[in-house]
Design a binder for this molecule. Structure first.
Ligand SMILES: *Cc1c(COP(=O)(O)O)cnc(C)c1O
Length: 348
């Protein structure tokens, strides 16, 4: 598969922005090339300089943890940025299309819509399993990207590895596999497959297991050729210096991340037990993530009554296949208790 054949034609001739740090990369004594404040900063002195546009040190750390070479990594302002950049790089507006498999994460559709890119929906089956033959049948000329999410938001289940591999084998375009919740799952990541499939793009994030949603940092793993393409079209300094620093620090605490995941898994189990004792709860769907999709009588009314009690969950009751469902994030022991006690009161 040739990536360059998928690229929007005009990008082959793009002259990207060349930043001060692109033009001089070595070490010097006097930097007068970027119009920064030479005197100091109103806040933190080291932040008066522009950050590394390619986040070299941070990627080096990520590469060690993930067992991948640095040139397979692209970092974005959240996962939202690579989703948008991939659509912008490969999908011609008004002409090309992407496949999504609802119910799933909303940003794939929003990003496609913003870019005037068509959407072909292949809904999950009623048990939330991927309709693999439906996806394969939906492939037609002009389909550039298939978005898959595993574990899936909002349903919580994972896609079978063999099914993802089958799609990778049979589709000549890009497969974006969103693994935002992979650290909570007992299934292993497909990130190791990027060396076998140049059309596989794996998204992960610092927003969930790493506990750094406010930093807005998404990791994207893929063929170096696609990394180069995204580097060419991204805003030059898309990852702030503070983010690079704090994320770098976080990566030195992999053990803490794993401990927190264990604690979340423990709380998740208890939350399930407590929820199952509430008679209005009709189903707690199996979850490989840090949330449960819960079918409950009069979900929307319950959602509103929970708000009155200052407990906020995600109302998914109007989402197709998720009728009467709430998506509930696993909280602390105390939060889960408050939630279930309020639910009991509301439902009695
Ligand atoms: C939370 C989430 C993300 C993370 O998005 P960020 O922009 O990195 O915060 C990505 N994909 C899915 C499916 C999610 O639920």
């Amino acid at each position: 598969m040739e990536i360059s054949k998928l690229l929007r034609p005009h990008l082959a001739y793009l002259t990207p922005y060349s930043s001060a740090r692109d033009e001089f990369k070595g070490q010097a004594d006097v930097y007068l090339d970027a119009n920064e404040n030479a005197i100091g900063s109103t806040s933190v002195d080291k932040y008066r300089r522009y950050p590394d546009p390619y986040q070299t040190a941070l990627k080096e750390k990520i590469s060690q943890i993930k067992g991948l070479k640095s040139d397979h990594i692209f970092l974005g302002n959240g996962s939202d940025e690579p989703i948008d950049l991939l659509i912008r790089a490969f999908c011609n507006p008004g002409k090309d299309k992407v496949i999504i498999t609802p119910p799933t994460y909303g940003m794939y559709e929003v990003s496609a819509n913003i870019n005037d890119v068509g959407i072909v929906k292949v809904p999950l089956k009623t048990d939330f399993k991927l309709d693999v033959s439906g996806v394969l049948d939906a492939i037609e000329p002009g389909i550039k990207i298939i978005f898959l999410c595993s574990p899936n938001n909002p349903t919580g289940n994972s896609i079978e590895r063999s099914e993802i591999l089958e799609i990778l084998h049979k589709f000549q375009g890009l497969v974006v596999l969103d693994e935002a919740y992979i650290d909570f799952s007992t299934n292993s990541s497909l990130v190791g497959e990027i060396v076998n499939f140049p059309n596989l793009i794996v998204l992960q994030t610092f927003s969930k297991a790493w506990g750094l949603a406010a930093l807005r940092l998404g990791m994207t793993f893929m063929d170096p050729e696609i990394v180069e393409i995204l580097n060419m079209i991204k805003p030059p300094y898309n990852i702030s210096g503070a983010t690079q620093e704090l994320a770098s620090k976080a990566l030195s605490h992999l053990d803490k991340m794993k401990r927190m995941v264990k604690e979340i898994q423990k709380q998740k189990k208890q939350l399930k037990t407590m929820l199952s004792e509430i008679s209005a709860v009709k189903e707690i769907y199996p979850s490989d993530a840090n949330f449960y999709l819960v079918k409950i009588e009069d979900a929307h009314e319950i959602y509103l009554k929970l708000i009155e009690q200052k407990v906020i969950v995600r109302d998914r009751s109007r989402v197709e296949l998720c009728e009467d469902c709430l998506r509930i994030t696993v909280g602390t022991e105390k939060e889960n208790k408050i939630l279930t006690e309020q639910l009991k009161k509301i439902c009695s």
